[in-house]
Design a protein around this ligand. Sequence first.
Ligand code: GUN
Ligand code: FE
Length: 437
Amino acid sequence: PTAMLVRGSILHFLADPGEACNTAAWEYFADGALLIEDGLVRRCGPWAEVLENLPEVIRDAARYRDYTGKLIVPGFVDTHTHYAQMKVMGSFGRELLDWLENYTYPAEIAFEDETLASSTASFFLDRLLAHGTTTASVFATVHAHSVDAFFFEAERRKLRMLCGKVLMDRHCPQALRDSPESAWRESSALINRWHGKGRLAYSVSPRFAPTSSPEQLAVAGDLFRSRPDMHLQSHLSENWRELEWVGELFPGRRDYLDVYEHYGLLGRGAIYGHGIHLSPDEKQRLAQSAAAIAFCPSSNLFLGSGFFHYAATAEASVQVGLASDVGAGTSLSMLRTMAAAHTVSQAQHQPLSPWRAWYLATLGGAQALALDQFVGNFTAGKEADFVVLDGRRIPELRFRLDCAESLAEELFALMLLGDERCVAATHILGERVFCAE
Ligand code: GUN
Ligand code: FE
């Protein structure tokens, strides 16, 4: 077996620290060790202790990486993003429905070109790694080859990734329309080709209720139930006009969530972007179903969609993950996303603690995607995807860190002032795949 020893300050979560910042929810080792064997975490603990209990054969054979003075955390999990929308990031102006028509749909139509899909997938994944994100739930486009392109590039990089073909058969440009039949046929073929291959898993991806016919939503439900470990991603309750539209299109359903409920699109493994304007009753039903919400703060601010009520949603026991939602999101950086999540929470007088923010960006995201048996923290047997952060790479942040008096202060400064410039290295299954020069 190939063994590897990594040294540095290590932080990881065992559970949601909650409002009360439960100290049993995380482990921090100022001088820590991560022992990795065959790409999996074998031990995580204080350096001296791990070394002492290490069989000599392993110690002698192990490769060694010293990140002393840097912070090692599990690779960031981005629970909702669109790789075909890299090009529309920062497109000026409007709210959701106009933004879709004017920028997003044209960008997705361009993905008819297989070469563009391949080169964008490659670029997107390299950029994710440079931002310290190692797992993501990713929308492709309506074109089946856009999923092939993404999974091909993800598999080459040995990444744990979710992706799916967008399903949309109405209220969108002709060039982006499929049908209930082709949705079933193409998704099934993609599932057979990719689901469970290496670290990849398929996510059934109806865009959102307005762009799928009732027949297609029923197909999405059948696909979601076609395997016990299937995933699903969509959008829910993001924008007031969207809400009104859903009410008109589905007059028989009692609210937005009921549309997805009715077609069997809820349950563990399902995650919905946004969920800003949910009623208490919808939150309760979401929690009961074990479906999750992707909190997309930079996107929600950019499109003027509103403030996600994190405190109330978490309080209702809904599983929440953090997400960039690029291209409506304004950065791939989960550090910036944590800062935006804090800003939005603070604006509602319910500030997000650094503990909760760092949990959300790692284990919380893995739980929201139902991938926590594989990634999200450093318990024995998990896959050794991690990011090495060095806040001192940013001069202003170095200044702040020099006078931080506690770990909580350091973590808070890092998420408020930090971004991808802090990423010193990214490792996948123990191997270094990104290194800042
Ligand atoms: N709702 C439906 N499609 C989209 C999308 O591509 N981005 C966002 N932010 N919301 C959506
Ligand atoms: Fe989205």
